[in-house]
Structures are given as C-alpha cells and as structure tokens.
Design a protein around this ligand. Structure first.
Ligand code: SAH
Ligand code: SF4
Length: 451
C-alpha cells in the first residue's frame, strides 16, 4: 500500500509542478514513506534521515535547500517523537493526509521565507475522504497497478499497530474504484491488485446507496474491457465469505492466487492474538477454496515467537503449514510494538528461540515453494510480461499463480545474439500476455520459452 500511496503523493505534488528525480541530492523535497509494522522497518527511518541530513546541508550551502518529510505509519505513530529525535525533518504527515501535501508545501515555504525553522505536522484522521481530494489522473505507468479499495482495520489483533496507525475500516465507493480502474487500464495497466489492510472486509457503497461486497466489486471490475487480471490483498480468514470463494470459480479475470495470512497454527496462540478463528476454521476455508478453484496458489503470513508460544504451539504451526502446502509465504519474528496489548505480556519469547523457530519454519516454507514451482515445469502458462529481464532477449513477467517467470523470446531472436531491431521488438512485448512453455524452476522463479 505504501507503493500505491507514494504514487498518489507524486500525483498530488504534480499540481505544484514537482517531478520525480532519480537521486535524493537532486531533490527539493524528499519524502520517506514509512512502515511501522515491525521495529526494524521503523528504525530504518532514523538511519535514512541521518544520511539525508548531510545532503540537506550541502544543498542548503549551495542555496538550493531541501525539505525532508516523513510520511506513512511511523509518522502517524511517532510524529512528535520524530521531530524531537530528528530535527533535520521539516514535515511529518500520516497516511490519511497526503492529499493536503500541496498546502503543507505552501506552509513550509512561508516558514522558510520568514527565516523560521520549518515545522509542518499533520497526523489527523480528517473527516474528508483523501481520495476525493486527489487528482483524478494518475501518473501510473506499466502493465501492473495497485488500487486501494479499503483502508484501516477493526480487528485489533493483539500484536498489530495497523488499527492505530491506519485507523478504522473505511471502504471507497464502488463507482470511484471502477473509474480509477478504467483510468489505470487506459494508461496501460493489464493487471490490477486491489489493496486493503483488510481487503475482504470491503463493503463500499453502490450508486443506489446499497452496500457491495468484495465479490460484487470484483464482478463489476471483471467487466472492464482491456483488464486481463485481478488480484486482491490482504485478506483475513474471518471475512473469507462464500460469495468471495465462489468468485474464484466464476470470474475469469480473478487470478488463481490468494494471500490469506493465518499467523499461527495453535488455537491457544490464535486466541491470544485475537485472530477470532481456530486453525480448523482456516483449514476449512482452504478446503472450500480448493473445491472452488482446484489450482489456486496459496500464500500466507506467519509470526513466530508470539508471547507465550511453546514448542508445542510452534509444532502446531508447522503442522498447519504441512496440511495447507503453500506456494509462497512471509514469516516474521514477533516484534513488540508500542501501544499494542501483546507488547506488555510478560512471557516474551527469547530471541534465540525466535531465530531457531523462524529458520525451521522458513526451511519448510521454502521447500513447499520450490515444490510448487517445480510442478509448473512442463506446463504452458499465460505470462503477463512486465519488464526486460537481466539477459538480452529475456523478459520478466508473472504467471497466473504470481510466480516470477523469465521468458526467453526465441521466436523473435532465433539463436544468435540480438540486433537492435530485435531488441526493440522485445520491449514491445511488455504489457502483453504471452503463452509460455515452462522449462525450469527455482525457489523464487520459473524460466520458460515463448511458444
Ligand atoms: N491485515 C493483514 C496483515 C497486515 S500486517 C492480516 O490480518 O493478515 C502484515 C503482516 O505483518 C501480518 O500478517 C503479520 O504476519 C506481520 N506482523 C504484523 N504485526 C507484527 C508484529 N508485531 N511482529 C511481527 N510480525 C507482525
Ligand atoms: Fe493487523 Fe491484519 Fe490483525 Fe488488522 S487483521 S489488526 S491489519 S494483523
């Protein structure tokens, strides 16, 4: 979602004639769009500010100046603290106020013109909808795009900062999403990933004033000409409704891939996490999904070392992983976050134990990911070509199952090295869906040849 938000910030700033530059030393304004989900992500901000401060001093000496801004969830959670700890920072604003960026810049310019220390802080949860105040036109480029449909979370898992930093659940209206999707497709997007912290809790308003579910929204987007692929992330098991599962069987643009985090396989830990479901409930959902779409690729998130997690609890997680068999997954050591209930539980797990458990879990997940990829060898798949690959004559794209695929375009370049004209026609393929014969598989990608 930060990638999407950063693009929208660039869109908002375009009205003030800001354009993106490649290097921070060329920038009048540097925005660090931050993540607060784990401590490591949050700490990166301060080391990055240290680096930028030197550039700011150099630019100020050269009479050019630079604003340093901290945006996103670290800004939301630690606004005042950032200004205290990092005086080089000029602007701090949360994820709900970036549509006000042009105003913030004006305020900063006024303060600077008066010779004052620049200080702009905006961590409100404003009553107005930021999406209504952003330019309709997006500077998005490329065949894949993100589109935020829902923000915030009312679930309050005991380890998680999201309900505090992103606020309570809000869904955007159906028509606004369809309009934005059309604009993205007109701008060249073939695949759109719908985003939300709790995307399958989506319940946006239709023009007739009634509420629409995520399944209904997907069905509406399915009708957009030129849109070849839809995905959505991230979902919560509690909101994996039957109509959404059925959509995986009925909608041809909906890709056979689902990221459905479970966090733990132990009911005791799931309860302490306030996940509001048991391991069996999750497995029942997986079974229904596979009945609806037998080839669906599953992905998940896991936390090891949640306070009080025993060896037996961890064994239950490994057991769940074996029963599901994931195509892909993300796993993390539990990181205590300020202000969350789990952070003050006394029974915290030792760091060494967390490290060991994470290694064991990741070994199993990697094995499953490799096995999933190897099953693709010999298959023919539609690959959406996204960008040039590392090797000449190669393009990089994604399979329906969200695997990265390196595609050798032998049909164009024959066997010899490519001349310039052939290279040009290679890049013309970007944005196309191509049928590819998968020839080999590694843990993180596939390799295939254009048929
Ligand atoms: N809404 C999604 C997840 C959003 S956060 C869901 O409910 O699944 C993304 C992932 O970060 C989570 O799934 C979780 O695995 C991880 N995460 C969140 N808080 C964490 C913490 N305090 N320590 C470690 N991992 C955490
Ligand atoms: Fe965080 Fe997801 Fe739980 Fe919401 S549902 S509190 S975003 S982990």
């Amino acid at each position: 979602m930060n990638v999407y938000d950063s693009q929208r910030m660039a869109d908002a700033l375009a009205s003030r004639h800001f354009v993106p530059v490649d290097q921070p030393d060329e920038a009048d304004l540097v925005i660090l769009n931050t993540c607060h989900i784990r401590e490591k992500a949050a700490e990166k901000v301060f080391s990055e500010v240290g680096r930028l401060k030197r550039l700011k001093i150099e630019r100020t000496r050269a009479g050019k100046g630079m604003y340093i801004a901290i945006a996103g969830c670290v800004a939301q959670a630690e606004g005042a603290e950032i200004i205290r700890r990092a005086p080089a920072v000029d602007m701090v604003f949360g994820p709900q106020t970036y549509h006000r960026l042009p105003d913030m810049i004006s305020r900063a310019d006024e303060q600077r013109a008066r010779g004052q220390t620049v200080r702009v802080l905006d961590t409100d949860f404003p009553a107005e909808d930021k999406f209504d105040h952003l330019p309709g036109k997006s500077g998005h480029k490329g065949p894949t795009a993100f589109l935020t449909v829902q923000e915030g979370c009312d679930k309050f898992c005991t380890f998680c900062v999201v309900p505090y930093t992103r606020g309570s659940e809000v869904s955007r209206p159906v028509q606004a999403i369809i309009d934005e999707a059309r604009r993205l497709v007109d701008g060249g997007a073939r695949e759109i990933t719908l985003l939300g912290q709790n995307v399958n809790a989506y319940h946006g308003l239709k023009v007739d004033g009634r509420s629409e579910s995520l399944a209904g929204l997907l069905a509406a987007l399915n009708e957009i000409d030129g849109l070849a692929r839809l995905r959505y992330t991230t979902s919560h098991p509690r909101d994996m409704s039957d109509d959404l599962i059925a959509a995986h069987a009925s909608l041809d643009v909906l890709m056979p891939y689902l990221h459905l985090p479970v966090q733990s396989g132990s009911d005791r830990i799931l309860k302490a996490m306030n996940r509001q479901h048991r391991a069996e409930d999750y497995l029942a959902i997986i079974e229904k999904l596979r009945a609806a779409r037998p080839d669906i690729a599953l992905s998940g998130d896991f936390i090891v070392g949640f306070p009080g997690e025993t060896d037996a609890d961890f064994a239950a997680t490994l057991d769940l992983v074996r029963r599901v068999s994931y195509a892909q997954a993300y796993s993390f050591k539990y990181s205590p976050r300020p202000g969350t209930p789990a952070s003050i539980i006394e029974d915290q797990v030792d760091e060494e134990v967390k490290i060991e458990r994470l290694a064991a879990l990741q070994a199993l997940l990697n094995e499953q990911q490799l096995a999933f990829n190897q099953k693709s060898v010999g298959q023919t798949m539609a690959v959406l070509l996204e960008r040039p690959g590392k090797m000449p004559g190669q393009l990089l794209g994604r399979s329906p199952y969200n695997q990265s695929v390196h595609v050798d375009l032998h049909a164009l370049g024959a066997n010899g090295p490519l001349d310039e004209q052939a290279s040009q026609s290679y890049s013309d393929h970007i944005g196309r869906l191509m049928m590819v014969d998968i020839q080999s598989a590694g843990p993180n990608s596939l390799r295939g040849r254009q048929i």
